[in-house]
Design a protein around this ligand. Structure first.
Ligand code: G4P
Length: 525
């Protein structure tokens, strides 16, 4: 009985993140999806949150900003019998390691592309993180209400720039001023733009007469030619390949005008996978296992600086979470009662009493958890695969302004490193070097050290942009490789790495020292 309910709940769950380059339309699409799901009532809600960017000098604002990003971290809604969770993947100024790590918690990703711009750098980076995990990627090509690139060219770009075969599920009819709708190839129907009308096609599809009179002559001819090409030379639709993350289904539309979203959402919910098995260090866990298990992929400080409380985000991987249950933190073997838990919705936080595999919950943390921690019901010794460390691209040297307060400084540095807010390295002189993938990580670091640890810091720029870990059993032997153009440092786990100024100095270093195995990323633990 219990198991039947669990199975049912799991099969309803869909959890995904939206990846895009800033301004491609992620916020607008998120908002439209929430509107369709009835999670918000007014357009502008998500947008308003995004625009509340903080000025560096305004500490109240940063609090507000952080509060907002807590509550919008997971947006859940029900649609067509499914429980859909959208995980926020911070972009713009908030881009950081969290953005990458969130992608370890999802079962699929939606990639939003601006139809006039094609693939942009940040999309590519995030795409690669998804690709590494082998999760299905759904492509939404946005802003068709504006002059767009040729859709066939866009499809080619996907294959060439990302190396991912694609299959068009919907197809645009014109763009910009000439945009007239999208053709849904699977449903064999055409959604007309600005007319709120759907034309069902006969067995000849777009070649039949059904569309005549509905579309501009030139658009119809063009559509027929393009569909001919797609049918002749395009990839075939293959659900298995899509679910294996080997083929991306492509949709077209305009998020701003809320057009093309309905066919996208319906197909997406049909095609996207339900929560699957998760790898542990000792085998796989199935979502239907009756024992509860999950892992922590993000930790966020509380908005109230008077308390050092944090919220740890846990992806449920198996079984049922019940409020008040006892779990074991397998890293320490400690038993913990999970009484304060929240589900983090678009606008308010609600306490959750029950959650299933495929849900994300926020749990109250007074400094107990680390990124990558596994929690299990009962006493099982289980560890989910470690989360990857992502190579930082920005580095700073940091020290306390008041050296009398260096104890506070070091405590704060250690805690923030543990939280995964920033990467912390030390060189042979015990200098503290910070590494980040986004600038905001530095600003939040500086702010939190001041406010939570009473330590004002001096940040100095250093000329390094690349980090490479070294695989070695004898870290001490690395000292002799230290030079003017690199710096040997140790991370929070005492693992050695070298910092380099640029690609050139890195490749010179590698050429001169072929015996060293340099790697871009390492697993935590
Ligand atoms: P992001 O989260 O990916 O950064 O993008 P966001 O949704 O904020 O969209 C970036 C800009 O693109 C916004 O304009 C938004 O209105 C616009 N936009 C999004 N989808 C579409 C679309 O389908 N068609 C057109 N024409 N524009 C679209 P903005 O001027 O920066 O903001 P606003 O002043 O319009 O709010």
């Amino acid at each position: 009985m219990e198991n039947k309910k669990l199975l049912e709940e799991i099969s309803k769950r869909r959890i995904f993140g939206i990846i895009s380059h800033p301004d491609a339309g992620k916020t607008t699409l998120t908002e439209k999806l929430l509107l369709h799901g009835g999670a918000i009532r007014e357009a502008g809600t998500v947008k308003a949150q995004k625009n509340s960017k903080f000025a560096k000098s305004d500490w109240m604002e940063i609090e507000k900003q952080r509060g907002i990003s807590v509550t919008s971290s997971v947006m859940q809604f029900e649609y067509d019998g499914k429980v859909v969770s959208i995980m926020d993947t911070p972009g713009h100024n908030d881009f950081g390691e969290d953005t990458y790590r969130v992608l370890t918690s999802v079962d699929s990703a939606v990639m939003v592309i601006d139809a006039a711009k094609g693939i942009e750098p940040q999309t590519k980076k995030l795409f690669q993180v998804c690709r590494l995990r082998g999760i299905p990627i759904f492509t939404f090509i946005n802003k068709l209400d504006r002059q767009a690139k040729d859709p066939l060219e866009l499809m080619e770009e996907l294959e060439e720039v990302l190396g991912m075969p694609s299959v068009a599920v919907t197809w645009p009819i014109g763009s910009g001023m000439q945009f007239e709708g999208v053709y849904d190839r699977l449903a064999s129907e055409v959604h007309l733009f600005r007319k709120d009308e759907v034309v069902q096609l006969g067995e000849d599809g777009v070649q039949g007469s059904e569309l005549e009179g509905y579309l501009e002559e030139a658009n119809l001819t063009n559509l027929r030619d393009e569909v001919d090409l797609l049918e002749g030379a395009g990839n075939e639709f293959d659900l298995e390949l899509i679910q294996q993350g080997e083929l991306t289904p492509v949709f077209f539309g305009t998020a701003l005008a809320d057009f093309g979203i309905t066919p996208f959402l319906n197909h997406f919910l049909d095609m996207s996978p339900t929560p699957g098995n998760r790898k542990t260090t000792t085998g796989e866990v199935s979502p239907t296992d009756s024992t509860f298990s999950g892992f922590i992929f993000k930790i966020q400080a509380n908005m109230n600086p008077a308390h050092r409380d944090r919220i740890a985000f846990l992806r449920v991987c198996s079984g049922t979470f019940e409020r008040g249950m006892n779990v074991t933190l397998t890293r320490t073997g400690k038993s913990i009662k999970l009484s304060q838990s929240t589900q983090l919705m678009a606008n308010d936080r609600e306490t959750v009493n029950e959650a299933f595999a495929g849900d994300v919950i926020g749990i109250y943390d007074s400094g107990t958890y680390q990124i990558g921690d596994t929690l299990v019901g009962g006493k099982q010794k289980l560890f989910f695969e470690p989360l990857p460390t992502f190579p930082p691209e920005l580095f700073l040297k940091v020290s306390p302004i008041n050296s009398m307060k260096s104890k506070h400084f070091h405590k704060g540095v250690e805690q923030l490193a543990q939280e995964g807010a920033i990467q912390v390295y030390k060189n042979e002189f015990n200098d503290v070097i910070l590494g980040a993938v986004g600038r905001l990580q530095f600003e939040v670091f500086e702010y939190r050290l001041k406010n939570e640890y009473n330590s004002e810091v001096r940040m100095e720029s250093i000329d390094y942009t690349l980090a490479r870990w070294v695989k070695t059993d004898d870290p001490k032997s690395l000292k002799k490789y230290q030079g003017l153009r690199n710096m040997l440092v140790f991370d929070n786990y005492e693992r050695p790495l070298f910092l380099f100024a640029n690609e050139f100095t890195l490749s010179r270093f590698q050429e001169n020292n072929p015996e060293l195995e340099l790697v871009e990323a390492l697993d935590v633990n």
